[in-house]
Design a binder for this molecule. Structure first.
Ligand code: HEM
Length: 424
């Protein structure tokens, strides 16, 4: 199959729901394939890793956005993502990332284990109550969503009562991360972004009035600047405010980073919990071993991240000529890096379609690589390392109650619904 046809198949509903056969069709043409004049797709592990770390590549900047996505400044969804660290290049990227990184140091994340454990235990209690007498419960709605959203909201200081609001808004917004999006889908994404921006505008105002010990307050203070005597007035122009260290955020950046931290903090981890549970239920012997030996959780979670990656792709633009996978890539090449395909590269992982938590040195590319390497990787791993052994131990009879329904999404791969019985 021609690479352009394979790519079209990947964008179709069937291709999005099960991309793995199409990855192999692309891989048959080499680890990097050309799918258009300046358009490339990467399925090789070594090549994906190298491109993500290559300083001649960056995320799409405003100039390129103007060229490829005219009118993007009118889209709250594109604006929300593109003003965050996720879609900016140095020096803006490094400045924003430094401001949030303090909340994600290994020590801070390790200290959250008790919070994660308590929330997960509470959710298992609720699964037990909802599933009493063999009633099916939706694992996505009752566990996979509320655990990560509860944890990231605790970090950001979002009130517990507001947590149910975000699932719909985030699902709507993240349509904008798909490699192709229709005008209708963009309108839905814009609606989600509008709700999230309105929500965070209020939370920012609340933290300005009454600072708290949370990440939202820290970012609000970075925006307002250590030196500014008073908070900005409503309607004040959105401009950079330099503080004593030169570290600050514009108003758009403040909202965009809060939204990305919230949404990246749970959409992905929700999918890790859903995809991972299905993989474990499909492999009862491996699940039994984890039930008996929770200390094996780190290897299991990394293999789950590799086997069915919650984030299947990201993209980069090149600024200079480069050579990868035997191809010469001109400047302004647009490259889709298929993380989910790289994680199944047979040159790196023998029998890649086999779930095997005993693989040596798994190091999946599921969290990306290079300057944009996932800020929340340690937190996501912690949540899954706590959740899976706990679920298996407290719900030994956990079983699928019908076919789970996949979301028709390529970038953020997960289930819409996952009916289970809890075995009591
Ligand atoms: C970036 C995956 C959980 C926050 C990324 C990237 C990937 C990723 C692939 C890089 C994107 C790129 O290079 O273009 C995942 C997966 C997760 C997860 C698979 C769960 C299983 C989290 C959590 C947070 C988070 C819990 C918490 C806040 C972020 C942020 C970035 C990011 C802020 C942008 C970093 C930057 O651009 O410098 N994530 N993520 N993620 N992730 Fe995660």
């Amino acid at each position: 199959m021609d690479p352009a046809d394979a790519l079209a198949l990947l964008m179709s509903p069937a291709g999005r729901v099960d991309p793995y056969p199409t990855y192999e069709r692309l891989r048959a043409h080499g680890p990097v394939v050309q799918a258009g004049p300046v358009f490339y797709v990467v399925t090789g592990y070594a090549e994906a890793d190298a491109i993500l770390r290559d300083a001649r590549f960056g995320v799409m900047d405003d100039g390129l956005r103007d060229q490829f996505m005219p009118g993007w400044r009118e889209s709250p969804a594109v604006l929300s993502i593109s003003r965050s660290m996720l879609r900016t290049n140095p020096p803006d990227h490094s400045r924003m990332r430094r401001l949030a990184a303090g909340a994600f140091t290994p020590r801070r994340i390790a200290a959250m284990r008790d919070v994660v454990q308590a929330q997960a235990d509470d959710l298992v209690d609720r699964l037990l109550a909802g599933g009493r007498g063999g009633a099916p419960v939706d694992f996505m709605a009752e566990f996979a969503y509320p655990l990560p959203v509860g944890v990231i909201c605790a970090l950001l200081g979002v009130p517990a009562a507001d947590r149910p609001l975000f699932r719909r808004w985030a699902t709507d917004l993240t349509g904008v991360l798909e490699p192709e999006i229709t005008a209708d889908e963009l309108a839905v994404a814009d609606r989600g972004a509008g709700e999230l921006r309105a929500y965070f505008t209020e939370l920012v105002a609340a933290r300005r009035r009454a600072p708290a010990d949370d990440l939202t307050t820290a970012l609000v203070q970075a925006h307002d600047g250590h030196n500014s005597a008073s908070a900005p007035q409503d309607g004040a122009p959105d401009r950079m405010r330099a503080d004593a260290d030169g570290e600050s955020l514009s108003g758009d950046e403040l909202l965009a980073n809060l939204i990305v931290l919230l949404v990246a903090g749970f959409e992905t981890t929700t999918n890790l919990l859903g995809n991972g549970l299905v993989a474990l239920l499909d492999h009862p012997d491996a699940a039994a071993t984890l039930r008996e030996h929770p200390e094996f959780a780190p290897g299991y979670v990394d293999e789950l991240l590799r086997y069915d990656s919650p984030v299947q792709l990201t993209s980069r633009m090149s600024t200079e000529p480069s050579r990868h996978g035997g191809l010469d890539l001109p400047p302004e090449s647009w490259v889709i890096v298929m993380l989910g395909a790289a994680n199944r590269d047979p040159r790196r992982y023998p029998e890649p379609a086999r779930f095997d938590p005993w693989r040596p040195q798994i190091h999946p590319l599921s969290f990306g690589a290079g300057p944009h390497y996932c800020l929340g990787a340690a937190l996501a791993r912690l949540e899954a390392q706590v959740a899976f052994p706990l679920l298996l131990r407290r719900l030994p009879g956990l079983a699928l109650a019908g076919a789970p329904e996949r979301r028709v999404r390529l970038t953020l791969r997960g289930y819409a619904t996952l009916p289970v019985t809890v075995g009591r």
